[in-house]
Design a protein around this ligand. Structure first.
Ligand SMILES: [Zn+2]
Length: 319
C-alpha cells in the first residue's frame, strides 16, 4: 500500500509541470496566519524554497563547477567514497519499455557502451528523469547527435542522445517529466532510439541499476554509490510484493551512515538560505531595507509581482 502511494506520487510528479517558483509561491499564498498551523507550513514552505534554490545550482556540494559546453569535464575530481542518490520523484524519460542495447562492453564497436538504449519512434517525447537544470544542449555529428545533459539535485547527471530535436535550452530549470526533446536517430546511431546515461560526477553508472524500463519504475527509492560499478539499492521496489530481502538487511548500517551524510548535506544547504518571516506592520520595502537588499531583488527572489501583497506569517527568502 505504502509503495503504491510512493509510486502514485512519482507519477503525479511527472504530470505536475508547474515552475518551482510558481508552486512555492502558491504554497506561500495559502499560508494561514495562524501560529498553531505555522510550524508545519513553515517547514514545508522552507523545504519548497530550498528545492527551488537547489534547482538554480543542483548538487553544488558535489560538483566543483558549472560548465555548459563540454559533457565530460571531471578529470581531476575525487569521487566520494559513498553517495546516496535519491531516486524518488523520478519520471521515466520515455514510456517505451524495450531495451535494445545494455550498458557495458560491446564487441561490435570494441568499446564500452556507457549508457542504455531504449527503443523509440521518431518524435516520441523524451522527458527529464528528475528535477534539474539543463547543463549542455549540443549537436555532436559523430557521437551523441542532438544531446541534452541535465544536472539534478540528487547528484546525478543524465544524458539523452540521438534526439531528432531539442525542446529545452541551456540553463533551463526543469521539473521531472518536463519535455526536453524528441526521439531520433542523429549522430552515431543506427535506428531511432534513446541513448540514456546516468552519471555521478562524470562516473558512469549502469542506468539499469537505477531505472527499470520494462516496468517503468525506478529500482529502489535510493541508490548508494560506492565507486565504480559498486552500489547498493535501499528501499527496493519489489514488484512481486516480497518484503525485505537479505540485501536490505545487510546494508542497514551503511544506510544510517548515508543518512547521516545526507543530513549534513541538508544542513549545509539550509545554512546557505536566509529566510524572513513577515511580522505585523512590515512591508516589502522595510524587509528589503532590513536585510540590505533592493526591493526588486527581494521581489525577484520570491517570485512576487509589483502589486503582490505580503501578510504576517509569510516566509520570504532574502539570500
Ligand atoms: Zn547507446
Amino acid at each position: 500500500m505504502f509503495k503504491n502511494l510512493i509510486k502514485t506520487a512519482a507519477i503525479a510528479a511527472c504530470m505536475t509541470l508547474a515552475a518551482p517558483s510558481a508552486w512555492a509561491q502558491d504554497l506561500l499564498a495559502r499560508q494561514a496566519p495562524v501560529d498553531k498551523k505555522m510550524r508545519a507550513v513553515d517547514s514545508i514552505a522552507i523545504q519548497r524554497l530550498f528545492q527551488a534554490e537547489e534547482l538554480e545550482d543542483p548538487a553544488a556540494e558535489l560538483y566543483p563547477n558549472w560548465e555548459d559546453e563540454q559533457i565530460n569535464l571531471y578529470g581531476n575530481v575525487t569521487l566520494p567514497d559513498e553517495y546516496k542518490i535519491d531516486l524518488r520523484g523520478f519520471c521515466m524519460p520515455t514510456t517505451n519499455r524495450i531495451v535494445t542495447s545494455n550498458y557495458g562492453y560491446r564487441p561490435r564497436f570494441r568499446r564500452q557502451h556507457k549508457g542504455i538504449d531504449i527503443n523509440a519512434n521518431k518524435g516520441d517525447t523524451i522527458r527529464a528523469a528528475f528535477d534539474g537544470k539543463v547543463r549542455v544542449v549540443d549537436f555532436q555529428s559523430s557521437g551523441y547527435g542532438n544531446v541534452v545533459v541535465i544536472r539534478h539535485p540528487n547528484g546525478l547527471e543524465t544524458v539523452y542522445g540521438h534526439l531528432s530535436k531539442h525542446l529545452t535550452k541551456k540553463g533551463a530549470t526543469l521539473k521531472a517529466g518536463d519535455p526536453i526533446g524528441l526521439a531520433g536517430n542523429t549522430g552515431f546511431s543506427f535506428g531511432t532510439h534513446l541513448h540514456f546515461e546516468t552519471r555521478l560526477l562524470g562516473e558512469y553508472i549502469d542506468p539499469a541499476k537505477l531505472f527499470d524500463f520494462a516496468n517503468q519504475d525506478v529500482t529502489g527509492d535510493f541508490y548508494v554509490f560506492r565507486g565504480r560499478g559498486r552500489g547498493t539499492l535501499i528501499g527496493k521496489h519489489d514488484t512481486n510484493g516480497e518484503a525485505g530481502n537479505d540485501e536490505e538487511v545487510r546494508y542497514t548500517s551503511s544506510e544510517s551512515a548515508a543518512a547521516k551524510a545526507q543530513a549534513q548535506q541538508d544542513a549545509r544547504q539550509a545554512a546557505r538560505t536566509r529566510i524572513h518571516k513577515v511580522r505585523k506592520g512590515e512591508t516589502l520595502s522595510s524587509i528589503a531595507r532590513k536585510h540590505g537588499i533592493s526591493l526588486d531583488k527581494l521581489r525577484r527572489m520570491n517570485g512576487l509581482k509589483n502589486k503582490s501583497k505580503i501578510r504576517p506569517g509569510q516566509i520570504l527568502k532574502y539570500s
